[in-house]
Design a protein around this ligand. Structure first.
Ligand SMILES: Nc1nc2c(ncn2[C@@H]2O[C@H](COP(=O)(O)OP(=O)(O)OP(=O)(O)O)[C@@H](O)[C@H]2O)c(=O)[nH]1
Ligand SMILES: [Mg+2]
Length: 251
């Protein structure tokens, strides 16, 4: 068989699972740390349930991704997961799912590992969302997940500090409704207002436009330039306000 024919034959197998996200859809990637329960408990010395150094390592990784060649408009972090909303006109890698999944997982794993000085792995899944409402739903969903997980984690560590074994604490909380978990925290003297907002509702990184006063070297006159800089928000709005906020991040 001639090489050209051979190449064509083999490429067909290689491309049979290729998917491309249509330009009419919004593109989101969700990265999640693999086995971070063990990593954060056994391999790192961290405050429980939340540690600001862990959060900052994730935020620094997000900034690295956003400053790179990916066309990212908005990033959201809760626990060991990162959601990235790409700019509507993002066209890198022909919007091929396998490229985004593999390169984002690799970039995130390498950069985060450097931040914490040990090996950590992230997986990645690409998600195609049909319209702005679905984008709002997606981020509202992750924020609600953050809220539930955060309250659960605080309850768990309060129960363990109170003398329950990890198994007993997990079993006690398994089917406990959210409002009862909030009451349990109150029983231990912790109100929701006492918990930092970033632990309850996650953190976000996005672009902001700033006007910078500078000197035009050619004319020696002062001039204003528009700069896009990354901003980190640890005090995100919630509910309907968060949905409106998300809509403003779509570019
Ligand atoms: N101590 C501590 N643990 C954290 C922090 N942030 C995240 N984690 C832990 O990271 C884990 C993330 O949860 P999951 O993603 O569901 O669990 P996982 O072990 O990574 O499992 P897979 O994602 O399925 O591989 C939880 O056990 C959290 O307690 C932190 O700031 N401090
Ligand atoms: Mg994980």
């Amino acid at each position: 068989m001639k090489f050209d024919e051979f190449d064509k034959k083999m490429r067909k197998f290689e491309e049979s699972l290729d998917q491309v996200i249509p330009s009419t859809s919004f593109m989101v990637a969700r990265l999640d740390g693999k086995g971070f329960t063990k990593l954060t408990k056994k391999d790192m010395v961290l405050e429980k349930p939340f540690d600001i150094r862990f959060r900052d390592a994730v935020i620094n990784t997000i900034k690295y991704l956003m400053n790179g060649y990916f066309q990212i408009a908005y990033a959201y972090n809760e626990s060991d997961e990162i959601s990235l909303l790409f700019k509507s006109n993002a066209d890198k890698f022909g919007r091929k799912v396998r490229k985004y999944n593999s390169i984002l997982a690799a970039e995130t794993s390498v950069h985060f590992s450097q931040q914490i000085a040990q090996n950590a792995i992230f997986d990645c899944r690409m998600i195609a969302l049909p319209d702005i409402e679905a984008v709002q739903d997606y981020f509202a969903w992750r924020q609600t997940d953050s809220n539930r997980n955060s309250v659960l984690a605080h309850c768990y560590y309060k129960l363990v500090a109170d003398g329950k074994t990890p198994q007993e604490a997990a079993a006690y909380l398994r089917n406990l409704p959210f409002r009862d978990k909030v009451q349990l925290l109150a029983h231990f003297g912790m109100e929701l207002n006492d918990i930092p907002k970033w632990q309850l509702y996650g953190s976000a990184v996005y672009w902001q436009e700033n006007i910078k006063q500078g000197l035009n070297p050619a004319t020696h006159t002062s001039q204003q330039t528009l700069r896009h800089t990354l901003t980190v928000n640890y005090d995100l709005p919630v509910g309907e306000e968060y949905r409106r906020f998300i809509t403003r991040q779509i570019t």
